[in-house]
Design a protein around this ligand. Structure first.
Ligand code: NCD
Length: 329
């Protein structure tokens, strides 16, 4: 396992990830994918460690995936749900984190509807001088680094199953389509894909893709293009990533109707005709079937990598927990 390039104590964002950090995560995840294919799918790497899943916002796959990843590494896991916690009695988020710290938590996996909460808790842990790592499991519209890394693992293992690495994306065309404005998944993917030398095409109605996203491509090895219509983004694409319309984060009337949105930006088999012949489609889930992607395409294993993404998630989160928990150089 190549862990010699890992010095990170927290994983809060992919904005400053280096090529060797991406490759370390990808290679470590490939080793854990092998562990997960064994009859006994467990290793003792984090025995005695405590991993607390602090999810202040709903989640199905990310929370279960982190929990299973921690268990496969033999860590003890604590699960927290905001609605049944002392937050309802007025406790602050920092006090919740300190409560978990007092129980001996080593790694806090944090999701929150406000951007910056995992950073704030990480800073507080550092200020206290305690050796607790924080993993951002999605903060507001900011970032979702483990999702960006599992998407990267899903794509790169398809290109070279045994040796997934960032450089495999060089020269590929990847489209991200949909509610980019509200998507932390899009932001993390923008950092990883533009670090690779791929061509990244973002496509959405103008209300969901402000011009300032073009700045994310400045001084990066990959080229970033913005489109307010779908066709140029899909032409000759190798991979198409669709995103959920995040209605819970929409404050204004940003779209005329879901029907019109589906007609213009929904991904269907017919719209993939102009992509590369072996194009693959990704979606981080949860999916609004028939809105951002047609139901039949979502379930079509010839095109859809959606279930592979969920499977990859466990190996990638094992890699992250392992690297920050015990794999330091
Ligand atoms: C995403 C999230 O929560 O940011 N889902 C996920 O973690 N797999 C995307 C979304 O909610 O649309």
């Amino acid at each position: 396992m190549s862990t010699n390039t890992w010095n990170r104590h927290h994983v809060l964002s992919l904005a400053d990830f280096t090529v060797s950090e991406y490759d370390t995560v990808l290679q470590t995840a490939a080793s854990f994918r092998e562990v997960l294919s064994r009859r006994t799918k467990k290793v003792p790497a984090l025995q005695g460690h405590v991993v607390a899943n602090l999810f202040f916002e709903p989640s199905t796959r990310t929370r279960s995936s982190f929990e299973l990843a921690a268990k496969r590494l033999s860590a003890d896991t604590l699960n927290f749900a905001a609605s049944t916690s002392s937050l309802t009695k007025g406790e602050t988020i920092l006090d919740t984190a300190k409560t978990y710290l007092a129980m001996g938590t080593d790694i806090m996996v944090i999701r929150h509807r406000e951007a910056g909460v995992p950073d704030a808790i990480a800073s507080e842990m550092d200020r206290l001088g305690v050796h607790v790592s924080v993993l951002n499991a999605g903060d507001g519209q900011h970032e979702h680094p483990s999702q960006g890394l599992l998407d990267l693992f899903t794509i790169t293992t398809l290109l070279d199953s045994e040796n997934p690495r960032l450089e495999l994306l060089k020269g590929k065309k990847i489209a991200i389509v949909g509610d980019i404005l509200h998507s932390r998944v899009a932001r993390s993917n923008i950092w990883s894909i533009t670090a690779s030398g791929a061509e990244l095409h973002l496509a959405a109605p103008p209300t969901l893709l402000p011009k300032l996203f073009a700045d994310c491509g400045k001084d990066r090895p990959g080229k970033l293009f913005l489109h307010w219509e779908l066709e140029p983004a899909l032409a000759d694409a190798d991979f198409v990533m669709t995103l959920r319309l995040q209605k819970e984060r929409m404050t204004g009337h940003l779209l005329p109707s879901l029907r019109e949105y589906h007609q213009r930006f929904g991904i269907t088999r017919a719209k993939l005709n102009n992509c590369k012949a072996n194009v693959k489609v990704l979606h981080p889930g949860p999916v609004n079937r028939g809105v951002e992607i047609s139901s039949d395409l979502m379930d079509d294993p010839e095109f859809s990598l959606i279930q592979n993404q969920v499977t990859s998630g466990v190996a990638v989160r094992m890699a992250l927990l392992y690297l920050i928990g015990s794999g330091k150089a």
